[in-house]
Design a protein around this ligand. Structure first.
Ligand code: SF4
Ligand code: SF4
Length: 153
Protein backbone atom coordinates (compact mmCIF):
# COMPACT_ATOMS: atom_id res chain seq x y z
CA UNK A 1 0.00 0.00 0.00
CA UNK A 2 1.19 3.49 -0.77
CA UNK A 3 0.07 6.92 0.35
CA UNK A 4 0.46 9.63 -2.29
CA UNK A 5 1.97 7.74 -5.16
CA UNK A 6 3.02 4.26 -6.15
CA UNK A 7 6.60 5.09 -5.22
CA UNK A 8 6.00 6.71 -1.86
CA UNK A 9 5.47 4.22 0.96
CA UNK A 10 2.73 4.85 3.49
CA UNK A 11 3.87 6.38 6.78
CA UNK A 12 2.16 3.72 8.88
CA UNK A 13 4.15 1.02 7.11
CA UNK A 14 7.55 2.65 7.24
CA UNK A 15 7.46 4.10 10.76
CA UNK A 16 7.12 2.45 14.13
CA UNK A 17 4.37 3.74 16.41
CA UNK A 18 6.98 5.65 18.39
CA UNK A 19 8.23 7.37 15.25
CA UNK A 20 4.87 8.73 14.14
CA UNK A 21 4.34 12.49 14.15
CA UNK A 22 1.36 13.63 16.27
CA UNK A 23 -0.85 14.14 13.21
CA UNK A 24 0.13 10.72 11.86
CA UNK A 25 -0.71 9.14 15.20
CA UNK A 26 -4.15 10.72 15.15
CA UNK A 27 -4.74 9.71 11.53
CA UNK A 28 -3.94 6.10 12.37
CA UNK A 29 -6.99 5.85 14.63
CA UNK A 30 -9.76 4.26 12.56
CA UNK A 31 -12.59 6.02 14.40
CA UNK A 32 -14.29 2.82 15.54
CA UNK A 33 -14.80 4.08 19.12
CA UNK A 34 -14.57 0.55 20.47
CA UNK A 35 -12.11 1.86 23.06
CA UNK A 36 -14.85 4.14 24.40
CA UNK A 37 -17.01 1.24 25.58
CA UNK A 38 -17.41 0.83 29.33
CA UNK A 39 -15.65 -2.12 30.92
CA UNK A 40 -16.78 -3.68 34.18
CA UNK A 41 -14.39 -5.37 36.54
CA UNK A 42 -15.39 -8.26 38.75
CA UNK A 43 -14.30 -7.19 42.24
CA UNK A 44 -13.79 -10.78 43.31
CA UNK A 45 -11.87 -12.17 40.35
CA UNK A 46 -10.48 -9.03 38.70
CA UNK A 47 -11.97 -10.31 35.45
CA UNK A 48 -12.84 -7.58 32.96
CA UNK A 49 -16.12 -7.55 31.06
CA UNK A 50 -16.83 -5.39 28.03
CA UNK A 51 -20.27 -3.81 27.66
CA UNK A 52 -22.09 -2.14 24.80
CA UNK A 53 -22.42 0.99 26.91
CA UNK A 54 -20.40 3.89 25.53
CA UNK A 55 -18.75 6.62 27.58
CA UNK A 56 -21.08 9.54 28.26
CA UNK A 57 -18.75 11.87 26.35
CA UNK A 58 -19.01 9.90 23.12
CA UNK A 59 -21.11 11.14 20.22
CA UNK A 60 -22.21 7.66 19.16
CA UNK A 61 -23.56 8.76 15.78
CA UNK A 62 -20.19 10.20 14.80
CA UNK A 63 -18.04 7.89 16.93
CA UNK A 64 -16.21 10.95 18.13
CA UNK A 65 -15.42 12.28 21.59
CA UNK A 66 -17.48 15.39 22.30
CA UNK A 67 -14.56 17.07 24.06
CA UNK A 68 -11.41 15.37 22.85
CA UNK A 69 -8.98 18.00 24.13
CA UNK A 70 -10.31 17.89 27.69
CA UNK A 71 -11.35 14.21 27.74
CA UNK A 72 -8.96 13.07 30.44
CA UNK A 73 -10.01 15.85 32.77
CA UNK A 74 -13.73 15.31 32.21
CA UNK A 75 -13.62 11.51 32.29
CA UNK A 76 -10.91 10.33 34.70
CA UNK A 77 -11.37 6.76 33.47
CA UNK A 78 -10.50 7.71 29.89
CA UNK A 79 -7.22 5.88 29.36
CA UNK A 80 -4.59 7.83 27.37
CA UNK A 81 -3.64 5.86 24.25
CA UNK A 82 -0.27 7.13 23.13
CA UNK A 83 3.02 5.77 21.77
CA UNK A 84 4.20 5.61 25.39
CA UNK A 85 1.18 3.74 26.78
CA UNK A 86 -0.16 1.63 23.93
CA UNK A 87 2.15 -1.32 24.51
CA UNK A 88 0.84 -1.77 28.03
CA UNK A 89 -2.86 -1.65 27.11
CA UNK A 90 -4.17 -5.19 26.77
CA UNK A 91 -7.81 -4.45 26.01
CA UNK A 92 -7.67 -2.75 22.63
CA UNK A 93 -9.80 -4.62 20.07
CA UNK A 94 -8.04 -6.88 17.61
CA UNK A 95 -9.07 -4.47 14.84
CA UNK A 96 -7.50 -1.39 16.50
CA UNK A 97 -4.96 0.16 14.16
CA UNK A 98 -2.54 0.85 17.00
CA UNK A 99 -2.70 -2.76 18.10
CA UNK A 100 -2.35 -4.03 14.51
CA UNK A 101 0.66 -1.88 13.71
CA UNK A 102 2.22 -2.61 17.08
CA UNK A 103 2.01 -6.28 16.13
CA UNK A 104 3.41 -5.60 12.67
CA UNK A 105 0.10 -6.40 10.95
CA UNK A 106 -1.41 -4.51 8.00
CA UNK A 107 -4.43 -2.26 8.14
CA UNK A 108 -7.65 -3.70 6.73
CA UNK A 109 -9.42 -2.48 3.61
CA UNK A 110 -12.00 -0.59 5.65
CA UNK A 111 -9.48 1.56 7.49
CA UNK A 112 -9.99 5.16 6.32
CA UNK A 113 -6.30 5.46 5.48
CA UNK A 114 -6.69 2.54 3.05
CA UNK A 115 -10.18 3.21 1.71
CA UNK A 116 -9.91 6.99 1.69
CA UNK A 117 -13.41 7.08 3.15
CA UNK A 118 -14.18 7.58 6.88
CA UNK A 119 -17.50 5.77 6.39
CA UNK A 120 -16.00 2.38 5.60
CA UNK A 121 -15.20 1.65 9.27
CA UNK A 122 -18.95 1.87 9.88
CA UNK A 123 -20.02 0.10 6.70
CA UNK A 124 -17.80 -2.85 7.55
CA UNK A 125 -19.43 -3.19 10.97
CA UNK A 126 -16.25 -2.40 12.87
CA UNK A 127 -17.46 0.69 14.67
CA UNK A 128 -19.92 0.77 17.53
CA UNK A 129 -22.18 3.30 15.82
CA UNK A 130 -25.11 1.01 15.12
CA UNK A 131 -25.37 -0.80 18.43
CA UNK A 132 -23.83 1.11 21.34
CA UNK A 133 -25.88 2.72 24.10
CA UNK A 134 -24.87 5.87 25.94
CA UNK A 135 -23.80 5.66 29.54
CA UNK A 136 -26.06 8.63 30.18
CA UNK A 137 -29.39 7.35 31.41
CA UNK A 138 -28.25 3.83 32.23
CA UNK A 139 -28.39 2.81 35.87
CA UNK A 140 -24.90 1.83 36.99
CA UNK A 141 -26.30 -1.18 38.83
CA UNK A 142 -27.89 -2.45 35.61
CA UNK A 143 -24.74 -2.16 33.51
CA UNK A 144 -24.01 -5.88 33.81
CA UNK A 145 -27.05 -6.54 31.61
CA UNK A 146 -25.16 -5.06 28.68
CA UNK A 147 -22.06 -7.23 28.81
CA UNK A 148 -20.94 -8.39 25.34
CA UNK A 149 -18.25 -10.63 23.93
CA UNK A 150 -14.88 -8.93 24.11
CA UNK A 151 -13.36 -8.54 20.62
CA UNK A 152 -9.91 -7.95 22.12
CA UNK A 153 -9.53 -11.64 22.93
S1 SF4 B 1 -10.04 1.10 19.21
FE1 SF4 B 1 -8.14 1.93 18.38
S2 SF4 B 1 -8.62 2.48 16.24
FE2 SF4 B 1 -10.59 2.23 17.32
S3 SF4 B 1 -11.11 4.32 18.03
FE3 SF4 B 1 -9.99 3.31 19.71
S4 SF4 B 1 -7.85 3.91 19.42
FE4 SF4 B 1 -8.94 4.35 17.49
S1 SF4 C 1 -13.67 10.70 27.22
FE1 SF4 C 1 -13.90 10.69 24.99
S2 SF4 C 1 -12.15 9.52 24.19
FE2 SF4 C 1 -12.34 9.08 26.41
S3 SF4 C 1 -13.59 7.20 26.53
FE3 SF4 C 1 -14.98 8.96 26.69
S4 SF4 C 1 -15.68 9.38 24.60
FE4 SF4 C 1 -13.86 8.05 24.46
Amino acid sequence: MTSDSDTEPAFWETKSLAELAPEEWEALCDGCAQCCLIKLEDVDTGERHLTRIACRLLDIGRCRCKDYDRRHRIVPGCVPISPETVGAIDWLPATCAYRLRGEGKPLAWWHPLISGDPETVHQAGISIRSWALSESGIDEDAAYRFIIRDPSV
